[in-house]
Write a protein that binds this ligand. Structure first.
Ligand SMILES: [Zn+2]
Length: 271
């Protein structure tokens, strides 16, 4: 059996429900859980290193206040709550650039707790999984996140960013060539990059997803809703490819789409 986790990043107070609905309806209708990495209180002027406002802001719309809590955007909250196929994951707190790359444990802890508070107050529950903005985590961030969450999903792992008490487990993971691993009771999941992205060649997208899924016991597929709606305009071709992925996943008897919550419950073999 091949297990797949669908992870969509960057839902916030700026996300139009219609965008998520358009991309994920074919997955949800087939009973496939979709994990939404939700920004609890998005900063509304975050810019990429080259100076552009972040795509998750420009592809949607939201308030002009410096910070926008998800709970004030009732439309998106009600939409997520109304669809049992969505599973909420905490995605940082404000999504500042490399928000969890810093070393100040007190500040990291404050952001984690504040983010959890905003999600809870919005009625989105208490997530068991964490995704760091830009997949960037310092050693201090791993320590604080592990104290609060059961599952961490990120791009890859490096010894210099990991808690020293995890080094022996990490060395074994490296030796055995495992993609996903456990340390200190934590589930640590990597992913093969954003295969469904406007930055990738479209002709090879479906094939690259198939190759990744067929080549592993568990694959985390990362998507960003706003890449399908850059500047608020639907990218029909890219949306079509996502729907082809849904068709292909559904067509395979040996593929099961699961949630991070399933991993947290111990129900998904990591290899
Ligand atoms: Zn993000």
């Amino acid at each position: 059996m091949h297990y797949v986790i669908l992870r969509d990043d960057d839902t916030s107070a700026f996300t139009p429900p219609a965008c998520l609905e358009r991309i994920y309806r074919p997955f949800l209708d087939r009973g496939m859980p979709v994990n939404l990495a939700v920004i609890p209180e998005v900063r509304t002027d975050v810019r990429t290193p080259d100076g552009w406002l972040e795509g998750y802001l420009t592809s949607g719309r939201g308030p002009s206040t410096p910070l926008a809590p998800i709970g004030l955007a009732r439309e998106i909250v009600e939409y997520i709550r109304g669809e049992p196929g969505y599973h909420v994951v905490q995605h940082g707190c404000h999504h500042d650039i490399f928000e969890f790359g810093g070393t100040d444990r007190v500040e990291l802890a404050r952001r984690l707790d504040l983010g959890a508070q905003f999600l809870g107050e919005a009625g989105l529950g208490r997530p068991r999984a964490f995704v760091a903005p830009y997949d960037r985590m310092s050693r201090a961030a791993f320590v604080e996140v592990a104290a609060r969450f059961d599952v961490i999903s990120t791009g890859w792992f490096e010894a210099r960013r990991l808690p020293r008490r995890w080094w022996a487990a990490f060395a074994l993971k490296k030796l055995l060539g495992h993609q996903h691993w456990r340390a200190g009771g934590e589930y640590l999941l990597s992913h093969p990059g954003c295969l469904l992205s406007f930055r990738r060649p479209r002709e090879q997208m479906l094939a690259s997803v198939r190759k990744a899924v067929e080549g592993a016991s568990l694959t985390v597929l990362v998507m960003h809703w706003w890449e399908f709606f850059r500047g608020g305009v639907p990218d029909e071709k890219l949306i079509g490819i996502a729907h082809e992925v849904a068709d292909w996943l559904a067509s395979r008897q040996d593929v099961r789409v699961v949630s991070f919550d399933d991993v947290a419950k111990g129900g998904v073999p990591l290899r």
